[in-house]
Design a protein around this ligand. Sequence first.
Ligand code: MN
Length: 260
Amino acid sequence: MRVLITNDDGIGSPGLAALVHAFDAASEVYVVAPEHERSATGHAITLHKPLRAHPSGIAGSAAQAWATNGTPADCVALGMLDLLGSRPDIVVSGINVGPNMGRDLTYSGTVSGAMEGAIFGVPSIAVSIGSFRNPVFTTAAQFAVDLAQAIIRYGLPEDTLLNVNVPNLPGPQIAGVAITRQGTKRYISRLEKRTDPRGRTYYWLTGEPAPQMDDEGTDSWALARGQISVTPIGLDLTSERLREVIARWPLAVPFETPHQ
Ligand code: MN
């Protein structure tokens, strides 16, 4: 199995190292990752400045690795279009420190790394751990390997990918695997307004998790129950619900003479 690993926490992240070591035994591992943290960059790509990729290394691994000045999506594109020489069998993005559930998916660089893989037509998964504090990656890393092997065996439909969140618990304490749907869990945005040493105003966006509980069957619901959440997601952003509603609106081309 040829695996392309990326992330948004940066090439020095312990979550990425854990993933590399878990895949090392049975795979040809390639790493293309941002040289520093690019969390919450979404699916940004770099079009207006040069991209650079520097050969790098992951301690204790023979994986071929590059650190880039790009985003996670840039990293996957660089890997696909040049660095790897040929396409990988799978793209794995993570392991992110902190969950990517509900509304996070729109902002997540981790998920976007996997989405870029799906855009290239390669089966892809994003993996995050359910805690920002004291993450222990062993279980999440091994689950990623197991899931990758299942994907190699069964395949994934075109334009789809899997978003995985693993509770920050030792393996025996995890309450199973749930196939979930994307919830609506979000952060309450707050704006810190401060004054810099030169007397000018600056802002710092921050937030905390909203207290509401998600419905049964969602990603955050499963994680709260100590289950590994696997959410199938797609590249198609069409809302079928809205398509039906808006089809009934009387929209017409401006200035058009009605046909007789
Ligand atoms: Mn991150």
